[in-house]
Ligand binder design. Structure first.
Ligand code: PMP
Length: 367
């Protein structure tokens, strides 16, 4: 049975159907080799080709210049937000780094980084994760090893509408849940980390893009698999890479390329998220988004039902009605509650329209 439902999962999340079909068609016998990519040596010419094609497509899609290096690593974004201080904090004379905390994931990154250095959260702590703290309140340290932020907070539905300005201090972003959903100027960044399982593939591989001059500062305690100098020197092949996940990422990147590239994705993301935000705005308070208008995510739309505090019984009912209509994955993050609809690249406008219709009929039946 190949029946598919509408999948609004926050990650792992929906993949383009054509990608899944191609992976299926090639699953047992890749390119006439008589074996699966899963069964292939990671040092074989065929796998090397998969890896270099994946990398080249990424370079084209994001306009990545030569002085940036790309790694395909294990450990997830969580592994990588630990790897960052291990690799970079020694750049600062007093092992310090600046963090902007706009949601659960940047908060977790701080907790991890505190194990390795002096971490400064650059703004007054937010009571609620519903906005980007005003830039005029940021207290940036010119001697910090780097400034870290999360471009899109998946659980809270908070997304940066701008790239923070950090002068000469390298800016590092966790783009796990919005990479390749809008164009950005990579030269404004020292490094970018992104788990694949939302916008660019399946779980298992984490993308790291880093400016060359930031490599070579790792602490001696840094595990070798997380050491950027070693991994870059070995083209991400110091140990066995997540080979099948890299292959699948390659297929997703090709699909992005064929569907209008990053600009194509960006247009769709705005369209999809606006459909829901407009429905919320026109609901006479039945639905409410608690994120301030300038910080609302195009990828993860979070809202409450039955007023700003949320009526949990009503929200549960909505999740159940959605399930009956074959729409999955809209229950809010356990730390946030309410509803969260994730609109990654593979989710179609038609799928979002079907949810919006449900939101309207659900409200009309109760208001
Ligand atoms: N950062 C962000 C923005 C995320 O959304 C997630 C996963 N939901 C993570 C980090 C953690 O990723 P992983 O589970 O791959 O470690």
């Amino acid at each position: 049975d190949t029946k598919r439902v509408v999948n609004f999962n926050p990650g792992p999340a929906k993949l383009p159907e054509s990608v899944m079909r191609q992976a299926q068609a090639e699953f047992l016998n890749y390119d006439g080799l008589g074996i699966s990519v899963m069964e292939m040596s990671h040092r074989s010419t065929e796998f090397m080709n998969i890896m270099s094609e994946t990398k080249n497509t990424l370079i084209r899609l994001l306009n990545i210049p030569d002085n940036y290096k790309i790694m395909f690593l294990q450990g997830g974004a969580t592994g990588q937000f630990s790897a960052l201080p291990l690799n970079l904090i020694r750049r600062s004379p007093n092992s310090s780094a600046d963090y902007i905390v706009t949601g659960t994931w940047s908060a977790k990154a701080v907790k991890e980084a505190e194990k390795y250095g002096n971490i400064n959260v650059v703004h007054p702590k937010l009571k609620k994760y519903s906005r980007i703290p005003d830039e005029t309140e940021w207290n940036l340290d010119p001697e910090a090893a780097y400034v870290y932020y999360c471009d899109n907070e998946t659980a809270n539905g908070v997304e940066f509408p701008f790239v923070p300005e950090t002068g000469n201090v390298p800016l590092i972003a966790d783009m796990s849940s919005n990479i390749l959903s809008r164009p950005f100027d990579i030269t404004k960044f020292g490094a970018i980390i992104a788990g694949a399982q939302k916008n660019i593939g399946c779980a298992g591989v984490t993308l790291v893009i880093i400016r060359e001059d930031l490599i070579g500062y790792s602490m001696k305690e840094c595990p070798v698999v997380l050491d950027y100098k070693t991994q870059i020197g070995m083209n991400s092949l110091y140990n066995t890479p997540p080979s099948y996940s890299i292959y699948l990422m390659g297929l997703v990147l090709d699909w992005i390329q064929q569907n209008g590239g990053v600009m194509g994705m960006a247009k769709k993301c705005v369209q999809k998220s606006q459909l829901i935000y407009t429905t919320i705005a026109e609901s006479d308070g039945f639905y409410s988004c608690l994120v301030e208008s300038g910080a609302r995510s195009r990828m993860n739309v979070t809202f409450r039902i039955g007023g700003p505090g949320g009526d949990e019984a009503l929200e549960k009912e909505f999740v159940e009605e959605a399930k009956k209509a074959n729409m999955l994955g809209i229950k809010g993050h356990r730390s946030v509650g309410g509803i969260r609809v994730s609109l990654y690249n593979a989710v179609t406008v038609e799928e979002v329209q079907s949810l919006v219709r449900l939101m309207e009929s659900f409200r009309q039946a109760r208001q």
